[in-house]
Design a binder for this molecule. Structure first.
Ligand code: WT7
Length: 647
C-alpha cells in the first residue's frame, strides 16, 4: 500500500481481457479507434443517432477555437432521453434502487420515475420557474435529487447541484453566482447513524443571500426544522397537488443543461457550463461502451450527485441507456465495514464504479469484510477521481473483482463532462496504474511547456488536442477565466487539463495528478486559494499558505501554514479553532489535516507565496531552486517546524 506509481517503462504487469468477456462486449473491435480517428465528425455524428432527437442537427461540429457547437440546430431534451425514451421497452423495469443508511429500500420503475419527475416539473412551473432559470439543488443521496435534476431538465431550467456536505456559506456563494431564486433541499439526512440538519445549514447560509425567493424542502429524516413563512414549502405538499404529466421542453442542442461548480486556482469556484446535445451524446455512449452496459446489469456508481461523476455516470449516462442504478445514502462503514459489500450482495450489483480513496480505505479495513459477502454477481469494476496506485488496483482486482472482473481506470474532469481516457473492457489490455488510452474520437497528448510532444517516459502536461461533444462551453459569467484557464497555455485549440502525465512506449497514459494549485482530497477537488481565503477571513490570521500533502488513503490531504496577526498567540486551541473554521466554512470534507504556525512563508521578491516550495516542504522532498525567494532562510525554519509538527 502507498506504493508510488511504478515507472511505466519498468511496468510489466498486464491484464488481457478474458475471452468470454470479449465475445459478449458491446465494443470488441479495435478498429473502432482508427475509424474514429480518421473521421471524428462522422464518428460522433453517427453515434448521436443513438439518442432521441425531436429534430436532427444541421451540423455535427462548429469549431471556432476555443468555442464549440455540437449538433447545432438539433432539438432534444435530456429528461426525455432518460425517461420517455425508455418507456416503451423498459417502462416496468427498475430505474432506481435506493437504499437509505438505516436500511430502508425504495425502488422506482422507469414509468414511476417519469411520473414523479413530471409531477415535480409541474411544481417548478407552478412556482414560476422558466426555461433558462437556474435552480439550485442541495440534496443528499436520496431519489429526490435525481427527480429534481430530471425535472429541471424537463422544463429547460439548468440545475446547479451543490454537494450536500458543503456549508451554508458555500451554498450561498453558489446561489449568488448562479442568480438562482429557488433552492431544493431536505430537512436532514443520515450520516453514520446521526442526522445532519441540512435545512439548518440552508437557513444559516441564506441569511447572506439576497435574491433567493423560495426553498422547497423534502421531508426525509423527519428532524425538526423551522419553516419560514412564504419562503419555505414542503415538497410532499406541493407534489400532492401536481399532475403526473408534463411534456418535455424542446431544447436546442447548445442550451445549458446544468452548471457544476468546481474549485479552481482562485478563491472563487467556477461554474462549469455544460450544454444538452453534446453532453448527452458523450455520456450516453461512453457509459454504454466503457461500462459495457447490458439490459440486466445492476449498476452502482458510488459518487454523489453533488459532483460531476454523479451527473454523468449515475444519472444522465446510465438512465439514458435504460439501466437499473443503485443509489446509497450513507457511509461505507455504517453500521459495519462491510456495508458496500452487503449492498452488492443484496441488490446483486454487476458493475461497481468507485474512487481509489475508497478502495484504499477498504484495503486498510482488511479482506475479512468483503469475504463475508457474496460478490459473485460483479462483472466489471471502475475507478475515478485520482490516480490509482498499482497496489490498490491489484487489491481491488483480487478481493472485489475476484480476479475475473476487468477494471476501467477512467480519467476525466468536471470540465470534460465525459470520460476521456479509459480502457474499453472488451479491447484494452490493462496495466495497473494506467488509465490506458483515449476514448475513440479523443486526441490526447503529453506536452512540454512550449507545447511540443515529449518522448515516451518523460513527464509533461496532459492536453486534449481536438474538440469533444461534452466539453465545457464556458465558465458561467466569466468568459475570460474560461479562456485563461483552459485555452491559453499553448494555443486556443489545445485544452490544458491541469494534470501531469507520461506516456509509455505502448501509448498508454499515466496520470500523476494536478500540476496547478488544486488539491484532490479523497477524489474531491479543493482549491488551495479557497482554503487560504477562508483562513485569512479569520480575525487571527494575517497570511496563509495551503498545499496538498500526499496521503496513503486520501491521495492528498490539506496542510496549512499560517502567519498570525500581532497580538494573537500560537497555541493548540487556536490551531484547532482555525481547522474547524475551514471545515465549517467549506464543509467537513475540506478539514485540514495539519496547521502549522510560522512567522514567515516562502515568498517571491514581489511577495507572492510560492506554494511549490511550501508543498515540497510539507512532503519532505527537495525544494528545488529557492534562490528567487525573498528570504531563502525561511525554508530551513519551515522544514524544522514541519518535522516537529509531525512528531
Ligand atoms: C481531476 C478532476 C472526473 C470525476 C471526478 C473528479 C483527477 C480524475 C482520474 C484518474 C488520475 C484522475 C485529475 C483531474 N482524476 N480521474 N482516473 N486518474 N487522476 O472530477 O473534481 O473535476 O477532478 O481528478 O487530477 O484533473 P474533478
Amino acid at each position: 500500500m502507498g506504493d508510488k506509481i511504478i515507472d511505466p517503462q519498468s511496468e510489466e504487469m498486464k491484464f488481457e481481457p478474458a475471452e468470454d468477456f470479449v465475445i459478449n462486449a458491446n465494443i470488441n473491435d479495435p478498429g473502432i479507434y482508427k475509424k474514429a480517428e480518421e473521421d471524428p465528425e462522422g464518428f460522433w455524428g453517427e453515434l448521436a443517432g443513438e439518442i432521441s432527437w425531436f429534430k436532427e442537427w444541421d451540423t455535427v461540429l462548429e469549431w471556432e477555437p476555443p468555442h464549440v457547437k455540437w449538433f447545432n440546430g438539433g432539438k432534444l431534451n435530456a429528461s426525455y432521453n432518460c425517461l420517455d425514451a425508455n418507456i416503451e421497452k423498459n417502462g416496468d423495469k427498475t430505474a432506481i434502487i435506493w437504499e437509505g443508511e438505516m436500511g430502508e429500500v425504495r425502488k422506482y420503475t422507469y414509468r414511476e420515475l417519469l411520473a414523479e419527475t413530471s409531477r415535480f416539473a409541474n411544481v417548478l412551473k407552478s412556482m414560476g420557474v422558466k426555461k433558462g432559470d437556474i435552480v439550485t439543488i442541495y440534496l443528499p443521496m436520496i431519489p429526490e435529487v435525481v427527480i429534481a435534476m430530471l425535472a429541471c431538465a424537463r422544463i429547460g431550467a439548468p440545475h446547479s447541484v451543490v454537494f450536500a456536505a458543503f456549508s451554508g456559506g458555500a451554498l450561498c456563494n453558489r446561489i449568488s453566482d448562479a442568480k438562482s431564486n429557488l433552492v431544493i433541499t431536505c430537512d436532514g439526512y443520515y450520516r453514520r447513524g446521526k442526522i445532519v440538519s441540512q435545512k439548518q445549514k440552508v437557513d444559516e447560509g441564506l441569511n447572506s443571500c439576497g435574491q433567493l425567493k423560495n426553498v422547497i424542502v423534502v421531508q426525509h429524516a423527519k428532524n425538526e426544522v423551522t419553516m419560514s413563512e412564504n419562503r419555505d414549502l414542503w415538497w410532499h405538499e406541493l407534489m400532492e397537488e401536481a399532475e403526473p404529466e408534463c411534456e418535455a421542453a424542446i431544447m436546442d442542442s447548445e442550451d445549458m443543461l446544468f452548471l457544476m461548480y468546481t474549485s479552481g486556482t482562485t478563491g472563487k469556484p467556477k461554474g462549469i457550463v455544460h450544454t444538452t446535445g453534446g453532453y448527452m451524446v458523450g455520456t450516453h455512449i461512453s457509459t454504454k461502451w466503457i461500462f459495457d452496459l447490458k439490459d440486466d446489469d445492476i449498476y452502482w456508481c458510488t459518487a454523489d450527485c453533488g459532483w460531476i461523476t454523479g451527473h454523468s455516470y449515475l444519472v444522465y449516462g446510465p438512465l439514458s441507456n435504460g439501466t437499473t442504478i443503485v443509489m446509497y445514502e450513507g457511509a461505507p462503514d455504517y453500521p459495519e465495514k462491510d456495508r458496500f459489500w452487503e449492498i452488492v450482495e443484496k441488490h446483486k450489483v454487476t458493475i461497481l464504479y468507485t474512487a481509489p480513496t475508497a478502495i484504499r480505505t477498504f484495503m486498510k479495513w482488511g479482506t475479512e469484510w468483503p469475504k463475508k459477502r457474496d460478490l459473485s454477481t460483479l462483472r466489471l469494476l471502475g475507478s475515478v477521481g485520482e490516480p490509482i496506485n498499482p497496489g490498490a488496483w491489484l487489491w481491488y482486482h483480487e478481493n472485489i473483482g475476484q480476479g475475473k472482473c476487468p477494471i476501467v481506470d477512467t480519467w476525466w474532469q468536471t470540465e470534460t463532462g465525459m470520460i476521456m481516457i479509459s480502457p474499453l473492457p472488451g479491447i484494452t489490455t490493462t496495466k495497473p496504474g494506467s488509465a490506458t488510452r483515449p476514448f475513440p474520437g479523443i486526441k490526447a497528448a503529453v506536452l512540454d511547456e512550449k507545447g511540443n510532444k515529449v518522448s515516451p517516459g518523460q513527464d509533461g502536461f496532459l492536453a486534449i488536442c481536438n474538440p469533444w461533444p461534452s466539453m465545457v462551453r464556458t465558465i458561467h459569467g466569466n468568459e475570460q477565466r474560461f479562456i485563461d484557464t483552459y485555452w491559453s497555455k499553448w494555443d486556443n485549440k489545445t485544452y490544458f487539463a491541469g494534470d501531469g502525465a507520461k506516456m509509455d512506449y505502448d501509448g498508454y497514459f499515466w496520470i500523476s495528478g494536478r500540476v496547478d494549485d488544486i488539491i484532490q482530497v479523497a477524489a474531491h477537488r479543493i482549491g488551495t486559494a479557497e482554503v487560504e481565503s477562508i483562513l485569512v477571513a479569520h480575525p487571527a490570521v494575517a497570511e496563509a499558505g495551503v498545499v496538498g500533502k500526499l496521503d496513503e488513503i486520501k491521495g492528498e490531504v490539506i496542510w496549512c501554514y499560517v502567519i498570525l496577526k500581532t497580538g494573537f498567540e500560537e497555541n493548540e486551541e487556536l490551531k484547532k479553532e482555525l481547522i474547524s473554521h475551514v471545515a465549517k466554512n467549506i464543509g467537513p470534507f475540506a478539514r485540514p489535516q495539519m496547521l502549522i504556525f510560522s512567522d514567515d512563508l516562502p515568498k517571491t521578491r514581489s511577495g507572492k507565496i510560492m506554494r511549490r516550495v511550501l508543498k515540497a516542504i510539507a512532503n519532505n522532498v527537495d525544494t528545488g531552486d529557492v534562490t528567487t525567494l525573498q528570504d531563502p532562510d525561511v525554508v530551513a525554519t519551515l522544514k524544522e517546524k514541519t518535522m516537529k509538527a509531525q512528531n
